[in-house]
Design a protein around this ligand. Structure first.
Ligand code: FE2
Length: 144
């Protein structure tokens, strides 16, 4: 994971992310199940699914357009990157973007009600596990 202030490229630390309640868990991809299960137990993540996005995904450009609209949810957004890479932008306390470049082995938790957006990076491929406290849903509230 690499994080920077989008406007200036200034590097942002894991601690600075934590200050805005974005949590980062580096996962051991040779044996992630025990750590994943204990995280799910601790935080009450009862459901999960997996999504893959690449250049051959049907309507990929339309999907990315929706994901890149600034939005929030009333639940946490938990993403565990199983393969590939991508970009999450989250708003900091000054309403500036922190750009979070995620890659295989990164698990991030964006808190409820934080404006954010997602897109692919130049690799154009991500395989991510989505974790949910309830049934899988994805209800964005766009920012106007
Ligand atoms: Fe989202």
């Amino acid at each position: 994971m690499k994080v920077s202030l989008l406007d200036t490229n200034e590097p942002i630390s894991v601690e600075q992310l934590k200050d805005i309640n974005v949590l980062y868990f580096p996962m051991d991809m040779n044996d992630y199940k025990p750590a994943l299960e204990s995280l799910c137990q601790e935080r009450g993540y009862k459901n999960r699914d997996e999504v893959k996005l690449n250049k051959d995904t049907p309507n990929i450009e339309d999907k990315l357009k929706i994901f890149f609209e600034e939005h929030l949810h009333d639940d946490e957004e938990i993403r565990f990157i199983l393969d590939g890479s991508g970009i999450f932008d989250v708003r900091n306390k000054d309403d500036k973007w922190y750009r979070i470049n995620v890659e295989k082995g990164d698990l991030i938790i964006v808190p409820a009600n934080m404006y954010h957006r997602f897109t692919l990076d130049d690799n154009r491929f991500i395989h991510a596990m989505r974790l949910f406290t309830d049934a899988p849903k994805w209800v964005p509230v766009n920012r106007y």
